[in-house]
Write a protein that binds this ligand. Structure first.
Ligand code: AP5
Length: 211
């Protein structure tokens, strides 16, 4: 199965992608993580992305599409994958289509902007395994430490209010039109992602169980 998880920053794409990954035993391909890892490692690709990431803008299609294409050629993708954060523009979606990649379902998470700002300001990420927590709604058992691997929890660099609002603006201008793009087929599954994590997981699983 091949899935796309669509949604504003902080809508819960990573959270729902993990559920699908466990259910189908297929990898999550997060273009945001690919970019952050490249920036951390100071690769030429990462350095080209940095100015866009610093202001909460999208990385240009001509930079991200070749990276995604490379990743999809890796052997772990042969039985399917979950795209978390790709496509983010209409040209990116057209590119998937051009490559002949069949998407079985597009999970679109719908969450109000103000809820998102609150969520992202309280988000903490494991510096080792990437697990995500919220200081009030989904706190780790021991403060500042990951429940899964015990490493330190950190705040993502783009989780500050100014950049969060810039990312939301980008989402509404460039990414939300993908809902219309995918609405022509019965693959678009709109999930109200405002409820708590468990209820949202239930809705996602109901949507994919009927595929
Ligand atoms: P990316 O890494 O994809 O970040 P994002 O879209 O901003 O999304 P996040 O990872 O912040 O949030 P999420 O939706 O995964 O939510 P999460 O599950 O963590 O991209 C980063 C940047 O890279 C972009 O801004 C762009 O510049 C660039 N980029 C990436 N891909 C690109 C592309 N294809 N083209 C161009 N540029 C690209 O949940 C958030 C919080 O909410 C957590 O604390 C979680 O515990 C909590 N939570 C989740 N679900 C619920 C729920 N149902 N109820 C209550 N709390 C919940």
């Amino acid at each position: 199965m091949n899935f796309v998880v669509l949604g504003a920053p902080g809508a819960g794409k990573g959270t729902q992608a993990s559920v699908l990954s466990q259910k189908y035993n297929i990898p999550i391909i997060s273009t945001g993580k690919i970019i952050r890892d490249a920036m951390r490692d100071n690769t030429p690709f990462g350095e080209k992305c940095r100015p866009y990431m610093d202001i909460g803008s999208l990385v240009p299609d001509e930079l991200i599409i070749p990276e995604l294409s490379k990743r999809l050629k890796e052997p772990d993708c042969k039985n399917g994958f979950i795209l978390d954060g790709f496509p983010r523009t209409i040209p990116q979606a057209i590119e998937l289509n051009r490559k002949g990649i069949i998407i079985d379902a597009v999970i679109s998470l719908e969450v109000d902007d103000e809820i998102i700002v609150k969520r992202l300001l309280g988000r903490r990420i494991c510096s080792n395994c990437g697990a995500s927590y919220h200081i009030a709604d989904n706190p780790p058992k021991s403060p500042h430490k990951c429940d899964k691997c015990g490493h330190d929890l950190i705040v993502r660099e783009d989780d500050n209010e100014k950049i969060i609002r810039a990312r939301l603006k980008m989402y509404h201008e460039r990414t939300a039109p993908l809902k219309t793009y995918y609405s022509g087929c019965d693959k678009l599954k709109v999930i109200p992602g405002q409820a708590n994590v468990e209820d949202t997981i239930k809705l996602t699983l109901e949507a994919v169980n009927n595929l």
